[in-house]
Design a protein around this ligand. Sequence first.
Ligand code: NAD
Length: 298
Amino acid sequence: MLTERPAVDHPEGFTALARLLGGRRAVVLTGAGCSTESGIPDYRGPDGRLRARLPMRYQEFMGERTARARYWSRSAVGWPRFSAARPNRAHHALAELEELGTVTGIITQNVDGLHQAAGSRRVVELHGSLAEVRCMQCRELEDRRALQRRLEATNPGLEARAGRIAPDGDVELPPRTHASFVVPTCVACEGVLKPDVVFFGENVPAARVEEAWRLFETADVLLVVGSSLSVFSGRRFVIRAQKVDRPVAILNRGPTRGDGAAEVKVDGAAGELLPRLVATLRSTPPDPARRFEESSPP
Ligand code: NAD
């Protein structure tokens, strides 16, 4: 449960954010809003409401061949565009903040690999990565690029019917496209193939959550960037921060479910505000009265 407290908003929020982070170490929790400026849409947007299309659910994907045909046909067309996305100014600024020693690492809910592409070194991909595909029978991993070659060879001509790119790295296709789609299976055992990401209705693997908690413990501030915090697997870090009295700062366009727990809330675009934050922290001499202190374990 989150306890409400009044949040400080932009533009005073920006100054308060810079003051909060100066001379401190922050762990950053990122969400889809960090990648919208790279051309990958988010799920909710600034009004906080889920966009029309519901994301694929784990039970549906595993239980229905038609659901897998729908998923993989959209993904086959969306992948070339999704994988061509490049890090934006927000990703680069976060990598710089790690260089500066302000950021200890990133816990990301994104599955696009753009933090690593920008040069961030310590990244926990809470929900996995679309770059790999796992066989749900023999657990073997396949590179998504290799699967793409197989998908295109067995399903020629899909690209011509593509619509706009969607948040899961896929696109809208006319409904009848799925009926004739050849669903890929594992090359080793013909088991069901699933992208190596956590679907809605699926739990984050325990080892990955533990890795995220270890990273959480390296910092004395939690900074949330571009997440509505609607999903518990991300919101839990805000709940814990509040419980152990660790300040929370939120930089997001529009409201989030953690606003009431934030010491500082800045409403704005990550790609604009994070580079400004880098510039401000670079030009501010560290406060000698503020020492780094190791946090106690949970
Ligand atoms: P969300 O869509 O629920 O929330 C995104 C938030 O970011 C919104 O409040 C939105 O207004 C804000 N935002 C959008 N552009 C912004 C910008 N430029 N600067 C600052 N804020 C901005 O996303 P979520 O909280 O990450 O949760 C959705 C789930 O969907 C996650 O679990 C994630 O795994 C998955 N997802 C991933 C991607 C990706 O990998 N890029 C994309 C969509 C969804």
